[in-house]
Design a protein around this ligand. Structure first.
Ligand SMILES: [Ca+2]
Length: 96
């Protein structure tokens, strides 16, 4: 498998590691997943859980979970692009 395909499998495995056979994450399970697997990217949970739970069943199914992964990956990509830009230019933070 390619590196990208391996990444997709890793996301699926992480979801099922915490959701188990029911394929849905309760808030405590999502908190455990974030604390153990994404603690460098996500610090708060309460509002995030409400925003992710699109159907309001107080659980996070895989489509709702993959929305979280897409949002965090997109934010990381934007940060990566900004960091790459500033590390490859002679930008001076003290210039006005
Ligand atoms: Ca839900």
């Amino acid at each position: 498998m390619s590196e990208l395909e391996n990444g997709m499998v890793t996301i699926i495995r992480a979801f099922h590691k915490y959701s188990g056979h029911k394929c849905k994450l309760k808030k405590a399970e999502l908190k455990e997943l974030i604390n153990n697997e994404m603690n460098h990217f996500i610090q708060t949970l309460d509002q995030l859980f409400t925003d992710l739970d699109q159907n309001g069943d107080l659980e996070i199914d895989f489509p709702e979970f993959i929305t979280l992964i897409a949002m965090v990956t997109s934010a990381c990509h934007e940060l990566f692009v900004i960091c790459t830009f500033y590390s490859t230019t002679s930008f001076n933070w003290t210039e006005k």
